[in-house]
Design a protein around this ligand. Structure first.
Ligand SMILES: Nc1ncnc2c1ncn2[C@@H]1O[C@H](COP(=O)(O)OP(=O)(O)OP(=O)(O)O)[C@@H](O)[C@H]1O
Length: 650
């Protein structure tokens, strides 16, 4: 199915941050993050409480030189007679500031560049990617030294700028790669298809999924910043008049502390840098663990609890169709001309009715469903006709009118719908979102409705707290069905909603769907290849062939007395509802290409009962041959048949 798969069910998300990466709860949940945070906190406190932890001024030269560690100077003194403990404590301030601020600036640049490149693509991506690559191929240290030397004398802020300027590109590249993958995911495509703006998509859909990566990026850039500052200072390129752990190492080296055997001058700042690096690395791992729900949770057993509920009476079906499709023409605009996948199709769906749509692969079922619900994306196009839902022609609505009725009046579930669930957002919020987007704000109502929906589709309520990956495919599809039902639409279009699932789960879900629609009186258009399934479930079945509806009748009637030769062949191609399984015949031949215009019956070439000179010359009209039973075949329409014969003998 080209062009239509991105269109989805009514998930409308509100842009709110869903990650509280810094939350204490999260830190406590990951031992690594907890250890990293503890080390960082200690180093931070060292800097902040420096005046309380030492009574010495770090720049004071009043002590003896090269003093070994002692009670008066626990870490000894420098060659100039400064107290090393005081330098270590005060040095933590600038070291941490440079690490954090450079990390933040570089991460912000990298994130903005990476996401902008991935989201906007095309020229924007080309330009940003070229700049990223240019920065990546420039050797890091020489670049740092050159820019550092250039900005020398600019103080701490110039160091921060230098580090951020040279350190953003790696993060940008990683972010771009991830964001590109994310942009192709169904839930982002869904957001685009439902008309969400770039800001909302980037901040509400993409950023939460990239939060782990961005956090990891921040900590690795902060680590890079601390090491770069140490390196620059060590080489004397930084501002060596300031006290940082890097400049401490510079002065120790400049005074040949190692040759003097003054290890106490080198070890403390070296250890400080190593500890800070360890803290950032641990936080990095921990945050990955926290923000990546897959890594965080073992895949739990996803046993589905089904409730034993007696089916209730079918909702009364008042006269008049809920959906009336009239002379719908739709298909695809291709370089080789239009493909007419839906040809002059008319079909009514009454309130509460279960209408099955069957036919071989490629006959236009999905195109019909998507076109009629105005969800056909380019290159798909509606060429003509109307689709009147509750008195309003969907095909004539402006985008705003359409947005108001879509999802509230009708929704859609298709085979890959479960992929529209955002993997990093709990299921509860995704169910809430659909309702919130249409005005339900009261938390209690939202929760009660979410629970009710889960009960309806047969999922234990506790799974509202789960992330999508914790659910099996069947459960995810149930969640999507629950969301599609959230606003109690009058019509739900289901395009092979269970095909990707195993047979047992398929059955269970289909029974649930049937019960739900009976309970809520929702009309359903159900598309599947499985005709025997449709016969069991549907009130009415429409058979499509080569873009046309060739037969339409109550389910039992079409099963017991199929009239169109194609329907008959289709029935024999499927196993019977009961009795022994036997080998089934396929239908020989292929349907005609939908790019062709056909003058006669589209089944002519494969029809065992074809009447040359008639069926290939004139198109049989779709007429009601018995109450509620329509067929487009000369064999079953005497009047038309006579007319056709007259034509054939002309
Ligand atoms: N993007 C596209 N460009 C051109 N032709 C397309 C495109 N998408 C679908 N088609 C054609 O439209 C016709 C109808 O496709 P459609 O998917 O509606 O059939 P279907 O009956 O739903 O098939 P299936 O059961 O396999 O999903 C097919 O012949 C298909 O090749």
């Amino acid at each position: 199915m080209g062009g239509i798969r991105m269109t989805v069910i009514p998930v409308n998300r509100t842009p709110r941050p869903r990650f509280n990466v810094g939350g204490l709860r999260f830190v406590l949940r990951s031992p690594q993050a907890a250890a990293g945070a503890a080390i960082l906190l200690i180093l931070l406190l060292m800097g902040l409480l420096a005046p309380l932890l030492t009574r010495y001024d770090p720049t004071s030269l009043e002590f003896g030189t090269w003093l070994k560690p002692s009670a008066a100077h626990p870490l000894g003194t420098t060659a100039l007679g400064q107290d090393i403990l005081a330098q270590l404590l005060y040095g933590a301030r600038l070291t941490l500031l440079i690490g954090f601020v450079s990390g933040l600036v570089a991460t912000a640049i990298g994130t903005a560049a990476g996401i902008a490149a991935a989201y906007f693509g095309g020229r924007t991506d080309e330009i940003i990617n070229t700049v990223i690559n240019a920065f990546l191929v420039l050797p890091g240290l020489p670049l740092l030294i050159v820019v550092g030397a250039f900005l020398r004398g600019g103080g701490v802020w110039s160091i921060i700028l230098v580090i951020a300027f040279t350190g953003w590109a790696f993060g940008a590249r990683v972010l771009r790669g991830q964001a590109l993958a994310l942009r192709g995911r169904d839930f982002v495509q869904a957001a685009i298809a439902t008309g969400e703006g770039p800001g909302r998509i980037i901040f509400a859909e993409m950023l939460p999924n990239l939060a782990g990566l961005i956090a990891a990026n921040f900590f690795s850039t902060a680590l890079y910043a601390v090491l770069s500052e140490a390196g620059l200072s060590f080489l004397g390129v930084g501002d060596v008049s300031k006290i940082t752990w890097g400049t401490m190492l510079y002065w120790a080296q400049a005074n040949q502390a190692l040759l003097q055997g003054a290890w106490w001058w080198i070890v403390p700042p070296g250890l400080g840098i190593a500890l800070l690096g360890t803290a950032f690395a641990l936080l990095n791992f921990g945050i990955d663990e926290i923000t990546n729900p897959r890594a965080n949770h073992a895949n739990k057993a996803t046993k589905v609890l089904r409730r034993g509920k007696a089916p209730q009476a079918v909702a009364p079906q008042p006269d008049g169709p809920l959906l009336s499709i009239r002379h719908l023409d739709a298909g695809y605009v291709t370089p080789r001309g239009p493909v007419r996948a839906v040809r002059d199709v008319s079909l009514d769906v009454r309130p509460g009715e279960f209408v099955g749509l069957a036919g071989e692969s490629g006959c236009g079922k999905s195109t019909l469903a998507f076109a009629a619900t105005r969800l056909l994306d380019p290159p798909g196009a509606v060429f003509g006709g109307e689709a009147v839902l509750g008195g309003k022609d969907l095909l004539a609505m402006n985008p705003e009118e359409l947005r108001r009725v879509r999802w509230k009046e009708y929704s859609l579930v298709f085979q890959a719908s479960m992929n529209i669930l955002n993997p990093v957002i709990k299921v509860r919020e995704q169910v809430y979102d659909a309702m919130q987007a249409h005005g339900v704000k009261d938390k209690e109502k939202l929760e009660a409705r979410a629970r009710e929906l889960f009960r309806l589709v047969g999922i234990r309520e506790s799974y509202l707290d789960a992330y999508p990956h914790q659910l099996s495919g069947g459960m995810k599809q149930r969640v999507v069905i629950a969301i599609a039902l959230a606003l109690e639409p009058k019509l739900v279009v289901m395009d092979e909603p269970t095909t990707a699932l195993d047979v047992v789960v398929q059955r269970q879900i289909l029974q649930e769907i049937d019960e739900v629609r009976r309970e809520l009186g929702i009309a359903i258009i159900f598309i599947t290849h499985d005709l025997s399934l449709l016969v069991e479930m549907s009130d009415r079945i429409a058979i499509m062939y080569a873009g046309e509806i060739v037969e339409e009748a109550p389910a039992r009637e079409i099963y017991a007395h199929p009239k169109h030769p194609y329907t008959r062949r289709l029935m024999t191609a499927f196993p019977p509802l009961s009795g022994e399984r036997e080998r089934r015949e396929g239908i020989p031949g292929r349907p005609p290409p939908l790019s062709l215009e056909l003058s006669g019956c589209p089944f002519f070439d494969r029809c065992p009962a074809r009447m040359p000179g008639l069926c290939d010359v004139k198109k049989p009209a779709n007429v009601e041959v018995e109450a509620g039973h329509r067929v487009a075949c000369f064999l079953h329409s005497p009047a038309v048949k006579e007319e056709g014969h007259a034509l054939a003998s002309d």
